[in-house]
Design a protein around this ligand. Structure first.
Ligand SMILES: Nc1ncnc2c1ncn2[C@@H]1O[C@H](COP(=O)(O)OP(=O)(O)OP(=O)(O)O)[C@@H](O)[C@H]1O
Ligand SMILES: [Mg+2]
Length: 505
């Protein structure tokens, strides 16, 4: 018996010999890519390799200088995102693309409000919004202002927005960098589901374990060119890294034995706005790398932000090198020798409209300014060049505007800015979010170097592997309080998860 299946038409998006330059940067040159309905193609590469640029061109955000886009074999060109969307090609951006001052539903339907008789149909809008939020498993009210959502939740809103359009090709540019583990798991299920329904997926990530889990094929970009391709059967961590950066980074965590010295940061009974009922006390010593682990929402970022004075705190004391700090003032915190690499670099870490040099110099303004108020431009430039080499920041010059750098390179600028100040204690919130594996290794090395110089590092990370790999001691938070502490050989995934989920050791 012959079972006849109706051949459904498989859509195919192809890119041929695509090139794109920006002043001083050749972002893409002669790139090819294919993706068809029902497959997941991962695109990987170092920071600045051209991944986001390629995707923006596919989605009509930017136009190529040269080359062709073929949709089902026919040449197409998209003058804007709307035209790409009409063909069913949707990009979920690396940096979120939502409006803070609108609510969830308004964001979902931005520019596309359901209407009745020429008026916005609010009732219908909220009903539809609830439906699309359900699809991505996001359980929040569509009337909530977007600013009240966590980064991860905002990401889910963006995904829900893409799904409300009948997407044929869905492009995810580093979707999990701001998701919690359960949120990421939910996303992976969603991707499998979309794939089964014939949607083609392009998936960009620096997390190679995710790539291994999801990808049917891995395409590697390097310096704006195709560096190779691996079918699922040939995908391994090692081969991906080799193709991406051409050197071995199997030793991601190279621990140094640093002499642990006196206490350099002391926090007593600190109470944050987010969790007023809990008071936190702990210390960091010179030469020590202290990690803060916990589930998303456990209060880790709030703790760092209160120490640095970005968030108001409700009580407690912070001492840096024995000196008590007046709380609630980042300026006072900086003067006392604290540095802070925030989680949301776009909002807090950088001035996007300024140059790399000015951003690196910003934290050091107090030091670099002459009494007459003139900037010490030479110091700024020297610091910047140092940061550019130390961290391998990919930019055509120190004067390039930060908004033109790739996501990972922006993160490196934030790091460079604080390193230039040589703080006594560096607070870091998700220090390696969005950076490639080579840069990760460099950031860990920089953290080690700080410790070796007798400075303290206090960092929050959601990547357990990273915490286990680099911390001398781990503070674990659960629902706003310090649930426990582990150090040395006690630092295991099991111990951390146990404490993070409210258990005991
Ligand atoms: N609008 C722009 N103006 C100038 N240069 C740009 C612009 N957009 C991107 N670039 C440059 O093009 C190169 C490729 O950037 P792209 O954002 O595509 O990298 P990426 O692979 O996505 O990196 P990451 O992993 O860090 O996100 C980088 O050197 C970047 O600085
Ligand atoms: Mg990118």
């Amino acid at each position: 018996m012959v079972i006849e299946t109706k051949a459904t038409h498989v859509r195919r998006l192809s890119v041929r010999q695509l090139s794109k330059s920006f002043p001083g940067v050749r972002a893409l040159s002669g790139v090819d890519l294919d993706v068809q309905g029902g497959e997941v193609v991962a695109v990987i590469g170092e920071n600045g390799a051209g991944k986001s640029t390629l995707m923006k061109i596919l989605a009509g955000v930017q136009s190529p200088d040269q080359g062709q886009i073929l949709w089902d074999g026919h040449p197409v060109s998209f003058a804007n995102t709307r035209q790409a969307m009409e063909q069913g090609i949707v990009l979920i951006h690396q940096e979120l693309n939502l409006c803070d001052n609108l609510n969830v539903a308004e964001n979902l339907f931005l520019g596309n409000y359901p209407s009745r008789g020429g008026l916005i149909d609010f009732w219908g809008m909220y009903r539809l919004a609830r439906k699309s939020l359900e699809k991505v498993g996001l359980n929040v009210s569509p009337r909530l202002p977007l600013s009240r959502l966590s980064l991860g939740q905002q990401q889910m809103v963006e995904i829900a927005k893409a799904l409300s359009i009948d997407a044929k090709i869905l492009i995810f540019d580093e979707p999990t960098s701001s998701l919690s583990n359960p949120e990421a798991e939910a996303l992976f299920r969603l991707i499998q589901d979309l794939k089964a329904r014939g949607v083609g997926i392009v998936y960009i990530s620096h997390r190679l374990s995710e790539v291994m889990k999801l990808a049917d094929r891995v395409v590697v970009l390097r310096d704006g060119q195709n560096a190779g391709e691996l079918p699922r059967s040939e995908v391994s961590h090692e081969r991906m890294v080799k193709l991406m950066i051409g050197r071995d980074v199997s030793k991601l965590y190279v621990r140094q034995k640093n002499a642990i010295g006196d206490e350099v940061l002391r926090v007593d009974n600190l109470r944050t706005m987010a969790w007023p009922q809990h008071a936190s006390s702990f210390h960091v010593r010179r030469g020590e790398l202290v990690g803060i682990a916990g589930l998303v929402g456990a209060g880790r970022s709030e703790l760092l932000r209160s120490i640095f004075g970005i968030d108001r705190s409700l009580g407690g004391t912070v001492r840096v090198g024995g000196q008590s700090l007046s709380l609630g003032s980042p300026q006072a915190a900086m003067n006392a020798g604290l540095g802070f690499v925030p989680e949301d670099r776009k909002k807090e870490g950088l001035v996007l409209e300024s140059s790399v040099a000015r951003n690196v110099g910003l934290a050091g303004l107090a030091r670099n300014a002459f009494w007459g108020g003139w900037l010490n431009g030479r110091q700024e430039l020297a610091d910047t060049r140092q940061a550019m080499t130390d961290m391998r920041i990919k930019t055509p010059s120190p004067w390039q505007l930060v908004k033109f750098l790739s996501g990972g390179n922006q993160q490196k600028v934030v790091m460079g800015k604080w390193l230039a100040l040589s703080p006594k204690v560096l607070l870091m919130d998700e220090p390696t979010r969005g950076v490639d594996i080579g840069a990760k290794q460099e950031i860990y090395q920089l953290m080690e170097n700080l410790a070796a110089q007798g400075r303290g590092v206090l960092f929050v990370s959601s990547e357990l592997e990273e915490i286990i790999g680099i911390a001398d001691r781990v503070l674990v938070m659960h629902e706003g309080r310090l649930a426990g502490e582990v150090s040395g050989d006690q630092i295991t995934e099991h111990a951390i998860m146990q404490l993070a989920t409210g258990g005991s050791l």
